[in-house]
Design a binder for this molecule. Sequence first.
Ligand code: F6R
Length: 361
Amino acid sequence: EKGGYKHFMAKEIAEQPVVLGDALRHYLKADHINLPEELDFSNIERLTLVACGTAFYACSVAKYWFESLAGLPCEIDVASEFRYREPPLPKNSFALFVSQSGETADTLAALRYCKGKVAHTVAVVNVPTSSIAREADLALPILAGIEVGVASTKAFSCQLLALAVMALKAGRDRGHLSAAQAAAHMDTLRALPGLMNAALATSDEIARLAAQLAEAQDILFLGRGAMYPLALEGALKLKEISYIHAEGYASGELKHGPIALIDRTVPVIVMAPHDRLFDKTVSNMQEVMARHGKVLLVTDAKGATTAAEGTWAHLRMPEVAEPFAPILYALPAQLLAYHTAIAKGTDVDQPRNLAKSVTVE
Ligand code: F6R
């Protein structure tokens, strides 16, 4: 059942090019975005995205996409806060609930809170028969296949894909993207499975770096733009399976406090494709290096040529057009967590104190 892999997590990480390919074929038919007609974003004034844990980080990435590709104001929150803060909701809005299991108690309660208050409640789920899928007005499958490892991997990238496709539809519906721009973004998405295979090929290199990461007490992840929530996800993945304390920060926030933590014992993982924000992230990275932080730069060939000098190590991802790099960079983040946990000898598929589905609040 593990298909020759030692752990479900390893299998599920490796499956991502295939499941993402399946999801792409489902959601993109030539130039047509295959989403329900009712999901018409033309006159919507706001999108609210609610989830927990990794699914919340998928929503956090998607906020960047909905805002930049569709000019659609987005609100995001973790379900446990959202459900109790009595948020006012414009009638003319959609509320989106992202959940792998579709059974997370707080997310389900947040959905029930929104019902009748917004134009549509939309579930983005992996389990189509789940409570969240049944109770939402619309349910969209992420098509990741059964995920067994407690740490979510392929569900995360497939959540991102479903959200990316939705953001493109929103961009078209709202006249924010031309047909040609949308088609170019679709091509970027369709290229991802191939790029993911190249990203997976860095697994052995990551395993070698992980032997040293496993010695650390604390590890920081930095990112900017849509790579910021990916930094949060990288830190979550690492702490849940390796039990090493990890935090993700927006690169620009570093000097507002966390830089005080940096010394030669602290690895800092910088997730930075060579995009329009690259130089800014690099200058934050150099501040870390000046304080002897141990930088691992995850970037592409252009980024490595400009900025790898003086880092402890760097990993090269293939180039990916903005703004979908987080889907690709999720893979090295997952592999870093996986190999570090293996180096520490923890139980990666069944980390202590965690359950696959959190059905109590
Ligand atoms: C982390 C992880 C959790 C879940 C969270 C939400 O790897 O798996 O943070 O993402 O418990 O679960 P779902 O998506 O089932 O609602």
